[in-house]
Design a protein around this ligand. Structure first.
Ligand SMILES: Cc1cc2nc3c(=O)[nH]c(=O)nc-3n(C[C@H](O)[C@H](O)[C@H](O)COP(=O)(O)OP(=O)(O)OC[C@H]3O[C@@H](n4cnc5c(N)ncnc54)[C@H](O)[C@@H]3O)c2cc1C
Length: 291
């Protein structure tokens, strides 16, 4: 199918992009890598009257350290993130996650900003962003604001962005000593969209106790979900195999997975604790835990 007709603008600055979005009053969509938006337009799941292409805006694909944090420009592609030496050293789990998305064609065009704004509950970057406690920087007609990632995903394919806001960057704290992270997913095809996805980060003290932990699941509801019960069960505990297995049993708590063409809800509920245990074990090993 072909998309419905639309007007096309390719502004050179964020201010111009914001002005265009404001002018179109909710009838426009930002175009980043187009890997989700264009398919949705062809299927007419989305039919925006106006497209605001942000690809000509300089420096939106930067990857650098700023104010002590790793800054990923919204237009940094999955491929650039996977292969960035800076991301690999400062935030290896983000590079790992990028490498688990789709195939080289999609990774060459798709952007981290686009993936977060698309807010697919089965997508991979939202999980990494949540366990990494990312902050999302948005610019709109009322100025610039930072949104904590836990407040960003508000529903199925829906974010906290206002219609005239552009996501410009993702800020991520740099990895600490004795910390580790991992991303995994169960999908029908290698690197396909997850039936159940999971990301975890853990920080240990010198005695192997868990100082901080983040665990998030994908494919288990309308948004990416923080596995709060698992986090609570591990925080402060000495990390060993039993602690991880017991905590991971709580992974499905508070989730409401769908039954769809990929998997039944029951299957997702059954495998979520297994995926959570695996991803936690790998994160803990990378943090230096002896399991
Ligand atoms: C064959 C295939 C397989 C895939 N497999 C996976 C997978 O395994 N895992 C996975 O996570 N993803 C997968 N994807 C999705 C892919 O990662 C997309 O790249 C991503 O979802 C969207 O990024 P994009 O840059 O292409 O955004 P676009 O498609 O351009 O935009 C997506 C949405 O976000 C909005 N948007 C984009 N950028 C901004 C911004 N800066 N500010 C405000 N709004 C913005 C757009 O208006 C649109 O609504 C797959 C896609 C395809 C085609």
């Amino acid at each position: 199918m072909r998309p419905r007709t639309f007007t096309y603008a390719a502004p050179a600055t964020i201010a111009e992009a914001v002005a265009a979005l404001q002018r179109y009053g909710g009838e426009a969509r930002v175009l980043a890598g187009g890997q989700s938006l264009v398919s949705m337009m062809k299927l007419r799941v989305a039919a925006p009257q106006h497209i605001v292409d942000i690809n000509r805006i300089a420096h939106l694909d930067d990857i650098r350290i700023e104010d002590g944090k790793l800054l990923i420009g919204a237009l940094a592609t999955h491929d650039a993130i996977e292969n960035s030496p800076l991301v690999r050293s400062e935030c290896p789990v983000l590079a790992e996650t990028a490498g688990h998305i789709a195939d080289p064609l999609v990774r060459n065009r798709g952007t981290m900003g686009g993936s977060l704004c698309h807010a697919d509950p089965a997508a991979d970057f939202p999980l990494a962003a949540m366990v990494l406690k990312a902050e999302l920087v948005a610019q709109g007609s009322k100025g610039t604001r930072a949104i904590a990632v836990d407040d960003f995903f508000v529903g199925f394919l829906t974010t906290a962005l206002e219609p005239d806001e552009v996501l410009t960057a993702i800020r991520i704290p740099r990895a600490q000593a004795r910390s580790g992270g991992a991303h995994m997913k169960l999908s029908r095809r290698t690197n396909g969209l997850a039936m159940v996805g999971a990301a975890a980060t853990v920080v240990l003290d010198e005695n192997g106790h868990c100082v901080d932990v983040g665990v998030c699941l994908g494919g288990m509801g309308l948004t990416a979900i923080r596995a709060k019960a698992v986090e609570r069960a591990l925080r402060g505990r000495r990390i060993d195999d039993a602690a991880i297995s017991q905590a991971a049993q709580l992974a499905a708590e508070g989730t409401d997975p769908p039954s769809d063409v990929h998997a039944s809800a029951q299957y997702r509920l059954t495998v979520a604790p297994i995926v959570a245990a695996r991803v936690l074990r790998l994160a803990c090993e990378r943090a230096g835990a002896r399991l």
